[in-house]
Design a protein around this ligand. Structure first.
Ligand code: TXA
Ligand code: MG
Length: 344
């Protein structure tokens, strides 16, 4: 698979011939990377064990970490999972969109796709190119984020090419992903919802539809050694730059002063646009405006990929607020920082 084809397409309509080719490659058991509104996905036929093995191999991912299956229409979930009234309410409110729901699996999905679990994660992406590709393929598409295991998820084709060139059949370049963090993952056991991974659909939005939602301990907390999380992916080191990262929590002025002092010592800084003028532009990456966790989310994974190029001995970043999209930012940043937080 050394000659990965790259299809650059501006829209699903303009790229319809290339999408038809990519759909055929998926049906024949090949691997196609495609853009979604969250991050790029590394897709293969979700009903084919061999395609699943190829996905794990291309990513360098342990095969006990289950894959999300992507469908063109929310109602398609019934072919692969036991759906419930709560699933239908969530689908009505948030699909297509950045929500993944974990449901009891049907036999149409092999255990090799679900890491041996009897549940399956289902998502119906809103990105028009993703939708058109899945609909054209006519099969469910298993797709983890299209990064090498351990690296931040890719939010543009350049990140994908860096990680997976030569390891997949096709990369569809559809530009930058809007949201920039992976989908929200909600497990529903009967009518009991548990948030496993925060993302583009916030906890507050979910609770408006489902009532109280349990938040899995691993979302913000650190697992005890040997403890197994509800979502296997939460076990693995994630999103980490090679340079160690420390988060700083405290009152705004104190945090900025702390960041400035570390920067003067030669450390790299991730910061808010408003604070940049108090810092030197050297060794400084701006995440976005302070009051826009959406903008920060959009830039976070690029910032984590770029951070190593600062050639700093250590990185520091402010700890975000935990509300709204901030919860998803906290989750990703805590894991990038291996839970190293300084309280001022
Ligand atoms: O936004 C997204 O969700 C992207 C795009 C491509 O759709 N996909 C993505 O997939 O982030 P991945 O594989 O990188 O993350 C999926 C997470 C993993 O942590 C995995 O352990 C968890 O979902 N997961 C999948 N199936 C599960 C299941 N049946 N039970 C518990 N956790 C599951
Ligand atoms: Mg991933």
């Amino acid at each position: 698979m050394n000659n990965t084809k790259i299809y650059t397409i501006a829209s699903a309509d303009e790229g319809s011939a290339q999408l038809a080719e990519a759909a055929e490659i998926l049906r024949r058991g090949g691997l196609v990377v495609f853009p979604t509104e969250t991050v790029y996905g590394l897709g293969g036929n979700a009903t084919d064990s061999e395609a699943a093995q190829k996905i794990y191999a291309a990513k360098g991912r342990p095969s006990d970490n289950p894959l999300i299956i992507h469908i063109a229409y929310p109602e398609d979930a019934a072919d692969y999972a036991e759906i419930s009234p709560l699933y239908l309410r969530l689908a009505e409110a948030f699909m297509p969109g950045p929500l993944t729901v974990i449901l009891p699996k049907k036999d149409t999905i092999p255990h090799s796709v679900t890491g041996g679990l009897d549940s399956v994660a289902v998502r119906c992406p809103a990105h028009p190119i993703a939708h058109a590709l899945i609909a054209a393929a006519g099969i469910p598409i298993a797709a983890p984020s299209a990064n090498l295991s351990g690296k931040p998820s890719p939010t543009c084709a350049a990140h994908v090419i860096e990680d997976l060139s030569g390891r997949v059949d096709v990369i569809i370049d559809g530009g930058n992903c809007d949201i920039g963090l992976e989908s929200t993952i909600l497990k529903i056991d009967g009518d009991h919802p548990v948030l496993l991974r925060p993302g583009g659909i916030t906890l507050e939005q979910l609770e408006a539809v489902c009532g109280p939602v349990e938040v899995a301990a691993a979302v913000i907390g650190q697992l005890a050694p040997g403890e197994r999380p509800l979502s296997p992916g939460m076990m693995y080191r994630h999103y980490a730059p090679s340079t160690p990262l420390t988060l700083v929590r405290g009152e705004r002025g104190a945090v900025t002063a702390y960041l400035a002092a570390r920067q003067a010592e030669g450390c790299g800084i991730l910061c808010y646009a408003e604070d940049a003028e108090l810092l030197s532009p050297e060794r400084c990456i701006i995440l976005g405006h302070r009051d826009s966790p959406e903008e920060q989310a959009h830039h976070l994974f690029t910032a984590l990929r770029d951070a190593d190029a600062l050639n700093a001995p250590h990185l520091y970043a402010p700890m975000p607020e935990e509300s709204g999209m901030g919860l998803a930012l906290c989750n990703r940043m805590l894991r990038a920082a291996a839970h190293t937080v300084i309280e001022l």
